[in-house]
Design a protein around this ligand. Structure first.
Ligand SMILES: Nc1ncnc2c1ncn2[C@@H]1O[C@H](COP(=O)(O)OP(=O)(O)OP(=O)(O)O)[C@@H](O)[C@H]1O
Length: 219
């Protein structure tokens, strides 16, 4: 699905944050991306989402060489990848429902065609009762679930989540993890960046560990 070969990344003239990173995300796979704070987890997710270009090495996304993908072709490819950012990036002046529906509205879809899907997804993440409120009224965990629903509304083939349990209590973290596992069972590849060891211990999944710019993979 996505393949990295000897990928390196530096920001500007700074040191190389990622060095010789080689891995493959297979379709329908489930993996954690871990490592100490500042190790480069978010940077690696941004490379996977194609919001950053590597400074060296080869990235292949859905069979295409990243370096050869034109800017105008990025939105269509990115729709195949859902991403949940660490800071959620919900729009405060739109309701939860409108935030989740936004990617479809932006593409010019008629509300009639997606309303049922948005409501069903909001119920699936446990926000059925909160769909008409604005994000500032939501708790941290509810915002997290709204961001997950928005990332999933276009039924991506892969979901990237950056510290999705970073600011929720352990019961909610377990509930979120169950959502990700259920999503994965329905065929979506999942990559969860986390430094939460207790979370990782709950699933027998591949662990990709970043440290000192290098990636170690434990299958
Ligand atoms: N836009 C940027 N410009 C310059 N340096 C950056 C930029 N973004 C990140 N960095 C640096 O790259 C390194 C890796 O950061 P990154 O956010 O990818 O790590 P992380 O593992 O996600 O950390 P955390 O667990 O704290 O979120 C850090 O040293 C950070 O300061």
């Amino acid at each position: 699905m996505i393949r990295f070969e000897n990928v390196g990344l530096r920001y500007g003239m700074g040191p190389e944050i990622l060095r010789d990173i080689t891995f493959h995300i297979p379709p329908k796979s489930f993996q954690f991306l871990s490592g100490p704070s500042g190790a480069g987890k978010t940077t690696l997710l941004r490379l996977l989402f194609m919001s950053l270009k590597p400074t060296r090495g080869l990235i292949t996304v859905f069979g295409k060489d990243r370096a050869g993908i034109a800017q105008r072709d990025l939105p269509a490819l990115r729709r195949r990848i859902g991403i949940v950012f660490q800071d959620f990036r919900l729009l405060d002046h739109m309701t939860t429902y409108e935030n989740v529906a936004l990617p479809l509205r932006v593409r010019g879809k008629e509300e009639m065609s997606y309303r049922g899907d948005v409501i069903e997804l909001l119920k699936w993440v446990g926000l059925g009762e909160r769909m008409h409120v604005l994000p500032p009224v939501l708790s941290g965990g509810e915002k997290q679930r709204a961001a997950i629903a928005r990332a999933l509304i276009e039924q991506p083939e892969m979901l990237l989540a950056d510290e999705p349990t970073g600011n929720v209590d352990p019961p909610l973290a377990r509930r979120l993890l169950r959502l990700f596992i259920e999503l994965n069972r329905s065929g979506t590849a999942v990559v969860i960046a986390t430094h939460d060891l207790a979370l990782m211990d709950q699933v027998d999944a591949r662990r990709m560990i970043l440290a000192n710019g290098r990636l170690d993979i434990h299958d």
